[in-house]
Design a protein around this ligand. Structure first.
Ligand code: PMP
Length: 523
């Protein structure tokens, strides 16, 4: 018999205690639209306005009636849910719908093939695997070409061609080694390069998930460093310093030897080896503090990736699905991905799913036989995702217009506060309904209590706790920039909800401005 003790907790006790110490461990019992409800000590239902939309997964809010109705219908119809390896899956329809959106938004006819997974991080892992599979195939093609060229050179020498002197020099060989020595050395040196592990490029402060491979592309050292020995090798580059990107590329770039025969002379040349498996980019880095990549840097990414034949991977897990007013946030900076990763709102707030899109030019169909999961592309998630895409595309894209318009309204309010309290708010950033409010760090605050919480690195949590306690507003700092609060509400955000946030932040700003630390008191 399994006995349970009310006092002892077996899941998340440590995490819950930490959240409780910040005044944020609340057990919500109901959710609807942008509102979460909990019951207070007298069992009264208390409403909290959810400005984080559970970290951006609720474009249509909690329990959207049409999505919930579709879920009930799917279950009432006794739809087969787990159809692993059967001849039909609704995932194909989701991929078809996504292709129509890609065609419209990117203005391209090139198809994108879909893979499905269960979470954002799992989608990123799919890309990592596919990108490495593709890189190995490209490497094998290159090595096979070199081998054919070596054979052609051998034949040419047998037929009287000569070997250029500097061919031997470039390989560190003496001319006496002849064609056999040259062929053997090229093969040996190339095998050494081919055995090197891939390099992934990612942006500093990027967040791409916490599974064993994806966590290695997540910048935050606390999250990543304990697991670097398990995963792929990433080089992180700043998003505002093209020179640094060029330096890192130069450090990691590898070449192999090839030979060519022209006018009866065999010479040795160098060719780039595909060591770079992918450049991962969040068009707006969510956990970094809502930091958009600008169009200028996007052009640099394109130039570098074209030069290296390195795939561009756009992680749109948090920024995509219409949140910024277009389906992909990358559309605003004209950046096109070889891969896209979507998750969060794709599941409509009730299903757990993610999708990877791979453009045809990069797509390796044999990967379909290498990667699967019992739960991925199940009918429930796929049909819910289809419903979400239908809602997004309805009325000629009304949802996108709403995201842009509500975002502008919210930005206007936040910018007003920023102008009024520049000593409290450092910056308002983002686009559409993916906004960040960065607070001044308060490390020089005259109030010892405010300075104290700032020094501990908990200022953002303190602010979120105050907004929750006093104003019944749920916000949360971004994971790697904790003085920035994220705002990612649904498109159904009302003027009244914006006003409620205005009042709350105005109160907070006035208190911090006056260095009045009473807002730090625990409930
Ligand atoms: N990539 C990005 C950009 C994200 O924001 C997140 C989640 N915050 C992930 C990956 C990981 O997604 P999940 O939490 O579903 O694994």
């Amino acid at each position: 018999m399994v006995s349970s003790s009310a006092a002892q907790e077996f899941a998340d006790a440590n995490l819950r205690a930490k959240m409780a110490s910040l005044g944020m461990a609340i057990h919500y019992t109901r959710a609807e639209g942008n509102t979460l409800y909990y019951r207070d000590s007298e069992n009264r239902e208390v409403a909290v306005t959810d400005f984080v939309g559970s970290f951006g997964s609720l474009m249509f809010g909690h329990n959207h009636p049409e999505i919930v109705a579709r879920a009930k219908e799917i279950l009432d119809n006794q739809t087969p849910i787990f159809t692993l390896m059967l001849g039909h899956s609704y995932a194909n329809e989701v991929a078809t719908a996504l292709n129509a959106i890609v065609r419209r938004e990117l203005g391209t006819d090139e198809p994108y093939y879909g893979f499905f997974a269960n979470s954002g991080a799992e989608g990123v892992e799919v890309v990592i695997k596919h990108a490495e599979f593709d890189r190995q195939a490209r490497a094998a093609e290159l090595i096979a070409e070199v081998e054919a060229n070596l054979e052609a050179a051998r034949t040419a020498v047998a037929d009287g061609a000569v070997i250029a002197d500097d061919a031997f020099d470039s390989l560190g060989l003496a001319a006496a080694e002849g064609i056999d020595g040259l062929v053997a050395e090229v093969a040996r040196a190339n095998a050494e390069v081919a055995a090197l592990p891939p390099v992934f490029l990612a942006l500093e402060r990027a967040f791409h998930g916490k599974l064993v491979a994806s966590v290695n592309l997540t910048y935050n050292p606390d999250l990543r460093l304990p697991f670097t020995r398990l995963g792929p090798r990433a080089r992180f580059v700043p998003s505002d310093a093209p020179d640094r990107l060029r330096e890192v590329v130069a450090e990691e770039r590898r070449q192999v030897f090839d030979v060519q025969v022209a006018d009866g002379v065999v010479s040795v040349v160098r060719r780039d080896f595909p060591v770079f498996a992918g450049f991962f980019v969040e068009p707006i880095r969510g956990e970094a503090g809502i930091k958009p990549v600008n169009a200028e840097y996007a052009r640099e990414i394109e130039r570098v990736c074209a030069e290296l034949d390195c795939p561009i991977v756009l992680d749109e897990i948090q920024s995509g699905m219409g949140r910024t007013g277009t389906f992909f946030a990358s559309t605003h900076i004209g950046l096109r991905g070889d891969y896209y990763v979507l998750a969060k709102s794709l599941g409509g707030g009730i299903a757990k799913t993610s999708a990877v899109l791979v453009r045809e030019r990069r797509y390796r169909k044999d990967f379909e036989l290498l990667h699967s999961s019992t739960f991925a592309k199940d009918s429930f998630s796929s049909l819910i995702a289809l419903k979400v895409l239908e809602l997004l595309e309805a009325e000629d894209g009304e949802a996108y217009r709403k995201a842009a318009e509500r975002g502008e309204r919210l930005t206007e309010m936040l910018t007003g506060l920023w102008k009024e309290y520049p000593d409290v708010i450092k910056e308002v950033r983002g686009r559409g309904l993916m906004l960040g409010v960065e607070f001044q760090d308060q490390l020089d605050a005259s109030s010892p209590a405010i300075r104290g919480i700032a020094e501990e690195g908990f200022l953002g949590f303190g602010i979120a706790s105050y907004l929750l306690r006093e104003h019944k507003i749920r916000t949360f700092p971004t994971a790697s920039a904790t003085t920035t609060l994220r705002l990612e509400p649904s498109i159904h955000l009302t003027d009244a909800e914006i006003e409620k946030l205005d009042t709350a932040l105005r109160d907070l700003c006035a208190l911090v401005h006056a260095q009045d630390d009473r807002w730090l008191a625990q409930a």
